[in-house]
Write a protein that binds this ligand. Structure first.
Ligand code: GAL
Length: 691
C-alpha cells in the first residue's frame, strides 16, 4: 500500500494550522451590505455551523478608499462580531482588485493585452503583475492589515489575493517586457544561450541585442514555441513573486498563521501550481463544475486528486465551490437536490479538510448576483439554505476525519509545462490536447472505483516506488529527471503505461536526439518511425477490438517481436498504420512498460486501463464501488480509516464494508446500502476489531 510522498516543505495540515476540524464557510463580503445585515449573517452562520469565512477578498476600496487613507472601522467591527459569534477568519489581502484611485494614479500599471491595448478599469485583476506600483501598493495594504490583525485571535489564516493570474497572467506592457528580459538573462545567461534555447536560427530570428527581445504577442505568422514556453514560465514566476511579496509580509506580522492563496488546479492553465505548492502553507483550491457535463463529478475528482498531489499527499482545503449555479458559463444549470452535499463530500473524501463556498450571502448587485451562495436571495426558506444547514450538520458528524490522508495505488503524472507545450500551435494535430486526455484517463480509472493520485511529474523514484501503476497519457516534453525516475521505478518492479506522442522534446521544445520517442526510446524498447494523425472525427480499429481516435503511429519494436524484449499486444486493423503495432509491452528489470500508439474512445480506454489495473494488482477501493458509485478511503496515522461512499447514480447501491456509518450512526456489518444520490461515511472496523 503506498504511503504519503515526502513533502517539499513541512506544511501544517488544515486542522493543525487553523485549530478547526473540518472547515465550513465561504467568502464573506460584508462591505456589500449594511451593518444590520452583519449581525444577521453571524446568526445564520451559527445556525448553519459555519466556522470559517474568507473575509475581505475584494475589499481594497473599503479599507483604503483613497491612497494612504485607511479606514478599518468596518473591518474591525465585522471581525469582532465574527469572533464573538465563534466564526474564525481567513483574512484576505485585497490585491485581486485594485480600486479606481489606483488605476487613475498609476495608469501604466494597468493590464495590457496581446495586441498592446491597455485595458480600462471596471472589472477585477486589471493590473500588470510586473508593475512596481502594484507591488508597492499591495505591500502597503498587506502590511497595514497584517500589523492590525496579525495576532487577532479570530484570524486563523491568511489568504493572499484571489485566484492569482486568473484574468491577467499575460500582460504585454513595456514593464512586463523588461521584466521578461531580466528573467531570460537569469535563465539563459547571455544572448548566445537564448538564441540556442529558442532555436532562433529558424526563420532568421537571431537576437543581437537584448532590447530586441519581446514578449510573444501579435505576429502575422506562428510564434517561436520556445519563446512562448519561456513566456508562460516567466508569467507564472512573476505572479508567484507577487504572492511571495505579500506572504512574506504576512509571515512577519502573523507568525504561526498559515498563509495561502486559492488555486484553480486542473482548470486554470497559466499558473504552474506544481511549482507553487511548496510556497503555500496550506494548499487551497477552488472548483466549479462544468454544468454542461452530466458527469462533471469526475472532473471534480481529478482536480481534488491533483490538489492533493500538489499538497504532497497532505490534507488540503476546498476554498471555493458553489452551492448551486454559477453565473459565468453559457447555461448555468442549478445543482439538483443532494448534489451540493455529494460535491462537498467528494472533495473531503479526496483529502480536503473542509468545504467552503463562493460566497456566503448572494449579492443583490454586481456581476455575480446570479451566482448561487450559502444564503440565497430568498433566505432561510430556500432549498439551498436547507441543504447548507444539512451540510453543516454532516460536517460536524464527520469531523474526526480531519487530518487523515488518502493514498492511491495508481498515479497519473501531471505537468503544467506539458500542458503548455503540447497545446502550442504547429503540432501534428490540434486534437492532441493535454489536459482533456489526462482527465479522460483519470475518469476511466474513477469509473472502476479506483483512486488515482495525480502527481507533479518531477516526482522522485522513491515516491513512484510506492505505486503499483503509473500513467503517463501524453508526455511530450520530457526531462532527464522524469526519465531517470521512471526507469528506476520500472526496473524496481513498477508498471508504467505510456500514451502516444511522448518523450519527444526537452524544456526548450527541442527534439531529443535520435529516433522517436527520444528520451523514452530505451525504456519503451521501440522506435516510432512516423506520426500519422487522423482526420477530424475519424476512428480506427485494433485487432483486439479496441477503437482508436485522433492519432496513429508507425511503430517498430526495437527487439525481435516475441523474444525476451518487446511484445506486440495488438495491431492496427485499419487506418494509416494498418498492420503495425498499436499496443506494445516490454519487461524491463522487474517491471513492465506498456505503450499505446493511439488515443482511445472512452469504452476502449476503459478496457485498456482495466487491463493495466488488473495486471498491476489494483482493485476497487471497496467491492461494489465503480460505475458511478464513488468509494474513497481516508486513513489516519493511528490506523483508523473512513470509507466515503457517494452514489452518483439513480439507483440504490451496495458496497461491502464494516464499521459505523457516521451520518446515520448505524453499524454496518458487511454490506452498506446507499440510496440514489446519497452519501455515507463509514468509520471502518479495524481488522483487529473484527477478529
Ligand atoms: C471564482 C472566484 C470568485 C467568484 C467565483 C464564482 O473563480 O474566485 O471570486 O468569482 O469564481 O464565479
Amino acid at each position: 500500500m503506498p504511503h504519503l510522498p515526502p513533502s517539499a516543505t513541512p506544511a501544517p495540515t488544515p486542522d493543525a494550522a487553523t485549530g478547526l476540524r473540518l472547515a465550513f464557510g465561504g467568502d464573506y463580503n460584508p462591505d456589500q451590505w449594511d451593518r444590520d445585515v452583519w449581525r444577521e449573517d453571524v446568526r445564520l452562520m451559527q445556525r448553519a455551523g459555519v466556522n470559517l469565512v474568507s473575509l475581505g477578498i475584494f475589499s481594497w476600496s473599503w479599507i483604503e478608499p483613497d491612497q494612504d487613507r485607511f479606514d478599518f472601522s468596518g473591518l474591525d467591527e465585522v471581525i469582532a462580531l465574527l469572533h464573538e459569534g465563534g466564526v474564525a477568519v481567513d483574512l484576505a489581502t485585497p490585491s485581486a482588485s485594485p480600486p479606481p484611485w489606483f488605476s487613475e494614479e498609476y495608469p501604466e500599471a494597468q493590464f495590457t493585452d496581446h495586441l498592446g491595448r491597455r485595458l480600462g478599469h471596471g472589472s477585477r485583476q486589471g493590473f500588470c503583475p510586473s508593475s512596481p506600483d502594484y507591488r508597492r501598493r499591495t505591500a502597503v495594504v498587506a502590511e497595514r492589515l497584517a500589523r492590525r490583525y496579525g495576532e487577532h485571535p479570530a484570524v486563523v489564516m491568511w489568504h493572499v489575493g484571489n485566484e492569482i493570474g486568473g484574468y491577467n497572467a499575460h500582460c504585454h506592457c513595456p514593464t512586463s517586457a523588461e521584466a521578461f528580459r531580466r528573467w531570460l538573462r537569469e535563465r539563459h545567461g547571455d544572448l548566445d544561450g537564448l538564441n540556442r534555447a529558442w532555436g532562433t536560427a529558424f526563420w532568421s530570428q537571431r537576437y543581437s541585442d537584448w532590447s530586441q527581445v519581446r514578449i510573444p504577442g501579435a505576429t502575422p505568422g506562428r510564434l517561436n514555441p520556445a519563446q512562448q514556453l519561456d513566456h508562460y514560465r516567466f508569467a507564472s514566476d512573476e505572479l508567484l513573486d507577487c504572492y511571495r511579496t505579500e506572504r512574506d509580509i504576512l509571515r512577519r506580522h502573523a507568525p504561526g498563521r498559515p498563509v495561502t492563496t486559492n488555486f484553480m488546479a486542473g482548470t486554470f492553465k497559466w499558473v504552474d501550481y506544481c511549482a507553487w505548492g511548496p510556497e503555500v502553507d496550506l494548499v487551497t483550491n477552488d472548483h466549479y463544475l462544468v454544468a454542461a457535463d452530466p458527469e462533471a463529478h469526475t472532473g471534480l475528482a481529478f482536480t481534488a486528486d491533483l490538489s492533493r498531489g500538489i499538497a504532497g499527499g497532505r490534507p488540503w482545503l476546498l476554498m471555493e465551490h458553489s452551492t448551486s449555479a454559477v453565473q459565468w458559463q453559457p447555461r448555468n444549470t442549478a445543482k439538483r437536490p443532494g448534489e451540493m452535499l455529494r460535491n462537498s463530500l467528494a472533495h473531503i473524501a479526496r483529502g480536503s479538510d473542509g468545504a467552503c463556498f463562493f460566497q456566503w450571502r448572494q449579492s443583490d448587485s454586481g456581476v455575480e448576483k446570479w451566482h448561487s451562495a450559502m444564503v440565497p436571495h430568498g433566505g432561510e426558506s430556500t432549498r439551498i439554505w436547507q441543504e447548507v444547514v444539512r451540510l453543516g450538520a454532516v460536517l460536524r458528524r464527520i469531523g474526526e476525519v480531519s487530518g487523515s490522508t488518502v493514498a492511491g495505488e495508481v498515479a497519473l503524472l501531471w505537468d503544467y509545462e506539458n500542458w503548455w507545450a503540447l497545446e502550442l500551435g504547429g503540432r501534428p494535430s490540434v486534437d492532441l490536447g493535454y489536459a482533456a486526455e489526462a482527465e479522460a484517463w483519470h475518469r476511466e480509472v474513477w469509473r472502476q472505483g479506483v483512486v488515482c493520485d495525480v502527481l507533479p511529474a518531477d516526482v522522485s523514484a522513491d515516491v513512484l516506488s510506492r505505486y503499483r501503476l503509473i500513467l503517463l497519457p501524453s508526455h511530450y516534453l520530457t526531462t532527464p529527471g522524469t526519465v531517470g525516475a521512471l526507469t528506476a521505478y520500472v526496473h524496481g518492479g513498477g508498471h508504467l503505461l505510456v500514451g502516444p506522442f511522448s518523450g519527444l522534446v526537452d524544456r526548450d521544445d527541442r527534439l531529443h536526439p535520435g529516433p522517436y520517442p527520444g528520451a523514452l526510446r530505451d525504456l519503451l524498447g521501440l522506435t516510432v518511425d512516423e506520426f500519422l494523425p487522423l482526420r477530424e472525427g475519424a476512428t480506427l480499429t485494433l485487432d483486439n477490438g479496441l477503437t482508436g481516435r485522433v492519432w496513429a503511429e508507425a511503430v517498430l519494436p526495437a527487439d525481435p517481436v516475441g523474444a525476451a524484449g518487446t511484445v506486440v499486444d495488438a495491431r492496427f486493423s485499419d487506418g494509416p498504420a494498418a498492420g503495425g503495432p498499436a499496443l506494445l509491452r516490454r519487461r524491463a528489470g522487474a517491471g513492465l512498460v506498456r505503450y499505446a500508439a493511439t488515443r482511445f474512445e472512452d469504452s476502449s480506454l476503459r478496457a485498456l486501463l482495466a487491463g493495466a489495473l488488473d495486471e498491476a494488482g489494483v482493485g476497487s477501493t471497496a467491492p461494489g464501488a465503480g460505475d458511478g458509485v464513488e468509494a474513497v478511503r481516508r486513513t489516519a496515522e493511528d490506523g483508523r480509516s473512513w470509507l466515503f461512499v457517494l452514489n452518483h447514480t439513480d439507483d440504490a447501491a451496495e458496497v461491502a464494508c464494516r464499521g459505523v456509518e457516521l451520518l446515520s450512526n448505524t453499524t454496518v456489518t458487511g454490506r452498506l446500502t446507499v440510496a440514489a444520490g446519497e452519501v455515507a461515511v463509514v468509520r471502518e472496523s479495524r481488522t483487529s476489531d473484527v477478529g
